[in-house]
Design a protein around this ligand. Structure first.
Ligand code: PLP
Length: 386
């Protein structure tokens, strides 16, 4: 199998697995229990918190653990919106957010909030003039992702943070697709809240973190116990938290070198595809992107069929967000960038990872050229257009 869908999930790093094992086998106490068996688990959680804080440049007390990137996004967006309800009910986001933010904004709209969805340029970058123009006295939160899971395009979050700060408005960024991929200290981006997830950086699934700058108003979105300073109820998943911290330490330490390797591989991949297949469009190619991601549209071939064709050749890629697989609608991200519905439907996402080598790229380009040629032939025989 050639796995080129690392934006959907990544394999567990062997060091993360090794770090987790003692907490699955022996040290499985509840961190909230008062006896030593519990305090050993508590110590492991707090060490993991300190390691994650070290990796992103924050204080340990500014890290909240939760069960997914989706949950971290929900807590950030809903938690701030609800905490500041009496100050205003306007939120600003972008037209390209992941469902975790997008659908939370939609739900808040249904509950009486007003949400502005900022447009993006054809390269997929949020329009900063539109951002400035959207902010008003009622605006309590700007939430814009650090990089798109579909195109890899990196947003100018430092500038967005500065704009929001000048107006005294809180800023959240979903850094699920940049944590451990870009050599940046997430806490130095200037955002008040930053979400990131374990399974996108070679940690386990079902664990994530929300950085909350000290003093940021936030209320919990779940009722229950007082874990995580009362902001995220539920017994901590100790083994997953420990594995997440180990994986994050490795990913952040290796981000610069691995990023250079992946960017070179990705650029060669795109050049080879363009040389081997006619009618290819690479979304966001002129914008800054995370190094591992390529979003390609093939005129006259359907993305879902390309994914299935490559699967027959043992190659895993996706049509876009793994969370919207099975959703026949064209990607809202690509439509927002100005692709037609046909172009968006002809798109696939290829995302490289730490095990990807040149031979994988070569085999994928060959399989892609064959698959697209076959699909185009079938649609020309059927007399389909577009
Ligand atoms: N945000 C982005 C940008 C993502 O890519 C994802 C996962 O695909 C999420 C949030 C959700 O993360 P999780 O799968 O941990 O819920």
């Amino acid at each position: 199998m050639i796995y080129l869908d690392h934006n959907a999930t990544t394999p567990l790093h062997p060091r993360a697995l090794a770090a987790m094992e003692p907490f699955l086998r022996e040290c499985w106490g509840n961190p909230s229990s008062p006896y030593r068996f519990g305090s050993e688990a508590r110590a492991a959680v707090e060490l993991a918190r300190a390691r994650i804080a070290g990796a992103i440049g924050s204080e340990p007390a500014e890290i909240l653990f939760c069960a997914s990137g989706t949950e971290a996004d929900n807590l950030a967006v809903r938690g701030v919106a609800c905490a500041l309800r009496s100050c205003g009910k306007h939120l600003v986001t972008s037209a390209i957010e992941h469902q975790a933010v997008w659908n939370t904004c939609r739900a808040l709209e249904a509950e009486g909030h007003r949400v502005t969805y900022l447009p993006v340029s054809p390269d997929g970058v949020v329009d900063l003039e539109a951002l400035e123009a959207s902010l008003g006295a009622e605006t309590v939160l700007v939430t814009i992702m650090h990089a798109s899971n579909e195109t890899g395009v990196v947003q100018p979050v430092e500038e967005i943070a500065a704009i929001a700060r000048r107006r005294g408005i809180l800023f959240h960024t979903d850094a699920v697709q940049t944590a451990g991929k870009l050599p940046v200290q997430l806490a130095a981006l200037g955002a008040d809240l930053v979400s990131f997830s374990g399974h996108k950086l070679y940690g386990p699934k079902g664990v994530a973190a929300l950085y909350v700058r000290a003093g940021t108003p936030l209320v919990p979105v779940m009722t229950g116990g007082t874990q995580e300073r009362g902001l995220r109820a539920g017994t901590e998943n100790v083994a997953a938290i420990v594995g997440f911290a180990e994986a994050a330490a490795v990913a952040f330490a290796e981000a610069a070198a691995e990023g250079r390797r992946l960017a070179a591989l990705r650029d060669r991949f795109e050049a080879e595809v363009v040389a081997a297949v006619a009618g290819v469009r690479i979304s966001g190619a002129r914008a800054p992107r995370v190094p591992n991601t390529s979003s390609l549209s093939f005129a006259g071939a359907d993305g879902e069929s390309i994914v299935l064709g490559l699967d027959l050749a043992g190659i895993c890629v996706s049509t876009g967000s793994a969370c919207s697989t099975g959703d026949a609608a064209p990607s809202h991200v690509l439509l927002a960038m100005g692709l037609s519905a046909h172009e968006a439907q002809g798109s696939i996402r290829v995302s490289l990872g730490r095990d990807t080598r040149q031979a994988d790229i070569d085999a994928t380009v060959r399989a892609l050229a064959e698959t697209v040629a076959r699909l185009r032939h079938i649609s020309s025989v059927r007399g389909e257009t577009g």
